[in-house]
Design a protein around this ligand. Structure first.
Ligand SMILES: C[S@@+](CC[C@H](N)C(=O)[O-])C[C@H]1O[C@@H](n2cnc3c(N)ncnc32)[C@H](O)[C@@H]1O
Length: 468
């Protein structure tokens, strides 16, 4: 039968696809439906039809799975920030683990891949240390501050409740909305490149209770900005964090970031510290209970789930310590976190990172933690590796979602390290790269999935590869 866009069908959801959509079958075709889970019988309306698969929007849950839960957040249906909120956490974990198994079997060509139990997150809500909210308009062109609506390029959901970061973060969000609405400053319209208000970043030190607020705008600054900004800072400084269950939080830095554009193209981000400290301090705990301290600048990458980051990095150390190592490379090192976790177990660590701010912070972090056997090199891993003369016995890699390039893998081979520890936020590209590394004699000994993002479809895993 000829399927039509907009046609409404009924189907049973059998499993969850990579990325989080439910999958069912209709007339032999695989159909992806967001917002569904295995065991659901749903009505869905086709949005895209291809020869081998189709996509459809959920119209109605005809009969929900017996495991379906009532979502915690009133914005769940619209927001899309927590796709799995209606699923029991144990089920989320098993789905993620199975997806890691599937990726390494199918893409990595490893039959029965050695995937360990997934390490779940104790906090299933309020775990994020960073949130980005956007200013804009909702579908009716009302002022909005919140999240982009899934599948809509410009529409913003005005969010007054969110369980991802902390109650304090929501207080800040709501106070800023109340204040900004009174100023009548216009949100930036990306469709035409006009307006002022762009985004609001809130970062928290989960182990320090420090909070950084970064208010991002265009360079089309309203005339009353300076005067109003003083009021804005006062309001933020007055927000009370005492009632927090996890300890009293306090805004310790307030930034204004002005995005300077030329002919509509963003060219430069000018950061002004309006109040407080230059950096946000966060701490990470090592297995032995010692803490490392990190100074984080507004734009620097830092794992967004502090407590799970500790588990992830301690897992890297556990893998690393299966052998003794003198020289270690920490590639894609960000602000140096993994290298700093490893440093006291080895003679020398070399971190490589593209982002210059992150490299600067990494160097400062090393000194602040009195760790002197670590060096950081700025540049593209693909290029910097060509200049490195050291012979590492361990190489740790933690690339962005796209994974490694073939050139990087060829170069890794030449270093002849006995052990590679591959940290990945994308099991598909990690499995692909492990297949290429297998051609150079590296075999995957163990893969540990770590859930960094409860209630979302994201999966992180750490793999141990050994040569010979
Ligand atoms: C997933 S993050 C990992 C950061 C760090 N290992 C951590 O756990 O915080 C990936 C990092 O790779 C950096 N990066 C991306 N492409 C790169 C490249 N070609 N060469 C070097 N670093 C790169 C990014 O700036 C980012 O800091």
């Amino acid at each position: 039968m000829n399927l039509q866009k907009g046609q409404i069908i009924e189907l049973d959801i059998e499993k969850i696809a990579f990325g989080g959509n439910g999958i069912g079958k209709y007339e032999g075709r695989v159909v992806f439906v967001p917002g569904t889970m295995p065991g659901d019988k749903v009505k869905a309306s086709f949005t895209r039809i291809k020869d081998s698969f189709a996509e459809a929007d959920l119209v109605e849950v005809v009969k929900g799975s017996v495991d379906r839960l009532a979502p915690k957040c009133k914005f769940f249906e619209k927001c899309g920030g927590c796709q799995f909120q209606f699923m029991p956490y144990e089920m989320q974990l098993q789905i993620k683990k199975q997806q890691v198994v599937d990726a390494f079997e199918r893409i990595g060509k490893i039959p029965n891949p050695p995937v360990s139990e997934i390490i779940g997150c104790e906090m299933q809500y309020y775990y994020r240390n960073k949130m980005e909210f956007s200013f804009g308009y909702d579908a009716e062109m009302n002022f909005a501050l919140g999240m982009h609506l899934p599948g809509r390029r410009y529409d913003i959901l005005d969010l007054t409740e969110c369980h991802l970061q902390s109650e304090f973060s929501v207080k800040i969000l709501n106070a800023i909305r109340d204040f900004i609405k009174k100023t009548a400053w216009p949100p930036f319209k990306y469709s035409v490149g006009e307006g002022f208000l762009q985004a609001l970043y809130i970062r928290e030190g989960k182990r320090t209770n420090e909070v950084m607020v970064n208010f991002v705008t265009s360079d089309d600054v309203p005339k009353n900005f300076d005067e109003k900004m003083k009021e804005f800072v006062k309001i933020l400084e007055g927000i009370d964090g005492e009632s927090e269950s996890a300890g009293a939080k306090k805004i310790t830095s307030i930034y204004w970031t002005k995005v300077v554009s030329k002919k509509g193209i963003p060219k430069q981000r000018l950061e002004t510290l309006l109040s407080g400290k230059k950096t946000l301090t966060e701490k990470l705990k090592l297995r032995n209970g010692d803490e490392l301290s990190f100074e984080i600048l507004p734009q620097a990458f830092f794992q967004v789930n502090t407590f799970q980051a500790e588990i992830l990095y301690n897992q890297v150390v556990d893998f690393a310590l299966r052998n003794s190592h003198e020289t270690v490379f920490d590639l894609f090192c960000g602000t140096g976190t993994i290298g700093l976790f490893l440093a006291k177990h080895v003679e020398q660590v070399f971190g490589v990172e593209l982002n210059l701010d992150a490299v600067k912070t990494a160097r400062e972090n090393a000194v602040a933690n009195k760790i002197f056997n670590i060096d950081f090199l700025a540049g593209d891993v693909g290029k910097v590796l060509h200049q490195m003369k050291e012979r590492p016995s361990l190489i740790v890699i933690d690339p962005p979602r796209a994974g490694l390039t073939k050139g990087m893998i060829e170069k890794l081979n030449e270093f002849d390290a006995k052990t590679i520890v591959y940290v990945s936020c994308n099991p598909a590209t990690s499995a692909r790269d492990c297949l290429l590394l297998a051609e150079y004699g590296y075999s995957v000994k163990e893969i540990v999935p770590v859930d960094m993002f409860p209630n979302s479809a994201h999966i992180e895993c750490v793999s141990l590869l050994v040569r010979g």
